[in-house]
Design a protein around this ligand. Structure first.
Ligand SMILES: [Zn+2]
Length: 640
């Protein structure tokens, strides 16, 4: 394992309107582990590795290599970045700096020893075929021809990601966190492999709503996720941004619902102005690929007579919404064909609140079918499902989450272009772990099986937290790539690599917490389910005995790292301490009577020190002074 070298900080800008959200049950075993009964779509064709070892051939032998990297003469920025990552980590593992040449004047032969990155001239010469349409933006292949190996993928990040996979095969490279990257060290010999790898992520676009990966370019890139909002205009609610009330309401009150809280989507005159405004936006935003056309963040729909009649005719408010979005998308498509032919732009309808229920129903054979041909999504229309009111302690395909299961299944009859905005934190309290551990992997499989191509999972997005941020970022990014992976196995692997000697103790903490939370959830159903807005600060839920048990486990973790070298000790101690603040938070809120003033002062000082060190700004989603860490700490001090 290695500390990371440079951190490229990128200003955080989650520009989307937020404020949605939430969290699931099922048969459990005696440890509280949820056992999945959901059988999803087979994803094995996305993740193929038929590479085989070849005897007596080497990439590296006695610390030397004959291999050179080959880049296209006009390499793209991404191809250059891919090369740089390969050179850097290969060197760290082996001490050898791979040299790089361009493809100018090179030719392929069975004996040539090249690592070809991206679309070099050698690719076609060697007969490597590239199914770019299948790869999408981020899929890739790694293939051998003769003694050379070819790494290449989709135009987005595919080629870059192929390098990380290649490094994993050569030196066991694995990225766990921005400051925890594993690879073998002092490697002197790497046998040649005949590569036959094909990787296509289960979700074409993957976005983590977690603070640090969003803020740090290297972090999100090496986790193989995109920054939220990259390539998007508006993340969700956009109607009043496109047609502001300040500008239009006085002259055209009928463009809005009678209460003035939403647009009136059956008003054709309004729609024409809406299209004109969208054209202006599209022209001014040349790099966006998605534009959300979503209603305001209120659980109401236009209640005018025309809208009521349209809902009665087409079955659901979402049908009226889809007819509107389709009409806008058709107009913009016709205009783009004239003005910017070939521009790739998708309009995203929002399935949320009034439009969560899909414009589809089950026929006599039990298959979902669209309510009307006019609600079937145009090719340039996607639907974003945001299951704010799902119970994330349960799988979706259970009676508790019928509405969400119906949304996923019904919408997939209307479009094969589904995007999902999912939730994975209690937004009223980031300091307590969100107990979605037994169900998250299944949720991702349910999204994938419904045909979702984009997944954004909103957790503690506006601040670092004390609820396993680094572990969640790793595990979720892995599951977004391959939904067949096991949540618990990924956690176990992460704990060993991230906490080193304290890995067993921290995995014990995870398991004890998980099983305790499953227990209180069953004791206080609904209240303690993984729910995005729930007040969990209550002594009924968190026994003093349990919190003491957690503290004893942290003591074990500290003891386990005692023999680490000083720098490593400091790093590991801080990592453990950050997670322990979740327990400290509950003690300082619920059990101060058990401690002396001096003990409490020490706990508060420590909480403040490490929270500040970790850059934690807020303990809940609302970024106002009253929920700042400074205010929280001041309140505790006042009480003692
Ligand atoms: Zn209306």
């Amino acid at each position: 394992m290695k500390r990371k070298i440079k951190i490229v900080a990128v200003a955080l800008s989650i520009t989307m309107a937020l404020g949605c959200l939430f969290a699931c049950k099922k048969a459990s075993d005696d440890k509280g582990t949820v056992i999945s009964e959901f059988v999803g779509k087979d994803n094995s064709a996305n993740h193929v590795d038929d590479s085989i070892a070849v005897a007596n051939k080497y990439f590296l032998k006695d610390g030397k290599t004959d291999y050179k990297i080959v880049l296209p003469v006009n390499a793209s920025d991404r191809e250059v970045e891919a090369k740089e990552e390969l050179v850097e980590f290969f060197k760290q593992a082996t001490g050898v700096t791979l040299s790089t040449v361009t493809d100018a004047g090179l030719s392929h032969s069975d004996e040539a020893k090249y690592i070809s990155i991206g679309e070099t001239s050698l690719v076609s010469e060697a007969g490597v075929t590239v199914p770019y349409a299948e790869f999408g933006s981020d899929g890739y292949k790694i293939e051998s021809r003769g003694d050379s190996v070819f790494l290449l993928g989709g135009e987005g990040d595919g080629t870059l990601y192929s390098v990380y996979h290649f490094l994993n095969k050569l030196v066991d490279y694995k990225f766990y966190s921005i400051d925890e990257i594993y690879y073998r060290e002092n490697v002197r010999e790497i046998p040649y492999l005949r590569f036959a790898i094909r990787e296509i992520p289960d979700f074409a676009q993957r976005m983590l709503g977690l603070y640090e990966p969003q803020a740090n370019y290297d972090y999100k890139t090496r986790l193989r996720v995109d920054k939220h909002g990259e390539q998007w205009a508006f993340g969700s609610h956009s109607h009043f941004k496109i047609l502001p009330k300040e500008t239009y309401y006085d002259k055209h009150p009928d463009w809005y619902s009678p209460a003035g809280t939403q647009l009136c989507l059956t008003n054709e005159e309004m729609r024409k102005q809406f299209v004109e405004n969208v054209k202006e936006l599209v022209a001014s935003l040349p790099n966006i690929k998605y534009m959300s056309l979503g209603a305001q963040d209120l659980n109401v729909f236009c209640e005018c007579d025309n809208c009521k009649a349209a809902i009665a005719q087409y079955g659901t408010p979402s049908a009226v919404d889809m007819r509107f979005v389709n009409a806008v998308a058709r107009d913009i498509k016709a205009w783009l064909d004239e003005t910017q032919p070939g521009r790739d732009l998708t309009f995203v309808a929002l399935s949320y609140f009034q439009t969560l229920t899909p414009p589809a129903h089950k026929n006599e054979d039990g298959e979902w079918v669209p309510n009307d041909p006019s609600v079937v999504a145009e090719p340039n229309v996607a639907v974003q499902i945001a299951p704010l009111h799902a119970n994330y302690s349960y799988e979706f395909h259970t009676p508790e989450n019928q509405e969400t299961a119906d949304a996923l299944d019904g919408w997939s009859a209307v479009t094969d272009n589904i995007t999902v905005w999912s939730y994975s934190a209690n937004f009223w309290n980031y300091s307590v772990n969100f107990a979605q551990w037994g169900t998250m992997a299944t949720h991702y499989r349910e999204y994938y099986s419904a045909g979702a191509t984009v997944l954004f999972d909103q957790g503690a997005w506006n601040t670092p937290s004390v609820s396993f941020d680094a572990m969640r970022a790793y595990v979720q990014s892995q599951l977004m790539w391959n939904t067949a992976l096991s949540y618990d196995e990924l956690v176990a692997e992460f704990m060993q690599h991230y906490y080193h000697e304290a890995g067993d103790a921290m995995f014990e903490y995870y398991n004890v917490l998980k099983s305790y939370q499953e227990g209180i959830r069953q004791k206080y159903p609904k209240v303690m389910d993984a729910n995005c807005y729930v007040d969990v600060i209550n002594a009924d839920y968190w026994s003093k005995g349990f919190l003491d048990q957690c503290m004893r486990i942290f003591d074990k973790a500290y003891a386990a790292i005692e023999n680490s070298d000083p720098l490593m000790y400091e790093t590991l101690y801080t990592r453990i301490k950050i997670e322990s603040l979740s327990t400290t938070f509950l003690i300082l809120n619920l059990y101060t009577a058990y401690y002396t003033t001096a003990q409490l002062t020490t706990m508060i000082d420590e909480f403040e020190l490490y929270a500040n060190m970790h850059g934690i700004m807020w303990w809940r989603e609302t970024s106002t002074e009253s929920y700042s860490i400074a205010n929280l700490v001041a309140g505790w001090r006042e009480k003692i």
